[in-house]
Design a protein around this ligand. Sequence first.
Ligand SMILES: [Zn+2]
Ligand SMILES: [Zn+2]
Length: 267
Amino acid sequence: MVFTTIHVCCITRVHVCLTVPVVILRKSGKGGNLKREQYVCTACGFNMVGYFVDKCPFCGASKEEFITSEECSARFTVKGFSVNEKVTRLSSVPPLGLEHSAYRVETNNKIYWIDCPSSFDNTLKPMDVIIFTHHHFLGASNQYREHFSSEVRIHKLDSSHKICHAFTFDGTFEENFTLDGIEAFHIDGHTPGFTFYIFEKTLFICDYLFLKGGKMLYNPFGPVKETREGGRKLKSIIRKRKIDFVCGYNYAEDFANWNEKFDNLCN
Ligand SMILES: [Zn+2]
Ligand SMILES: [Zn+2]
């Protein structure tokens, strides 16, 4: 990152010769060309786009935990781990903050990501669309969107949360939908816009349910009653489906094992 001064007329072609300070953020390694400064909280992975604050807006960690996006890209790589021939788990290596997995889904038409890694890595295979389960794992989606000219979509109820204000969404949705074989189901609960996805026989449930000590728990960070109600909706939808694998925020598990724990939680 280099601080310098340039003439406004040099970049805008407007004949106003004001001298203003400009931050030039250089491209380096796996990082991108940043138009605005960007920081990543190493405690949770949240990206602060265009601002620097004393405490992380997501987890409350102090600013000593923040690194620049460029440093983040230099220190962390995003690696793909095959789930099946069309689904790949994307994780930061080494793990970054509250490391969460995102998933690449290769449909017959487009390449989708479900959720987004916290670290920006421009060596990844381009994606066409990034769709979110909810607003907790926006990651470096602004940089991926810009670098790969991809579209970013999230449920409308989650798009208006204050932690989303620096992120761009190309579209919001309010209804369940199917796109290129990916089915989206809004269940509310953990966040108002929480949406899970099914693609062929794979279920994407992010952090709605935690696996802990061989047991399953509802995510405790959200309204209890609504989260349970969303769990019932999830149950009734997947009951009618042939699912063989579940992709969560920090696990990818065989459906039979996962569903046994889910049954125990629901009973
Ligand atoms: Zn944080
Ligand atoms: Zn969450």
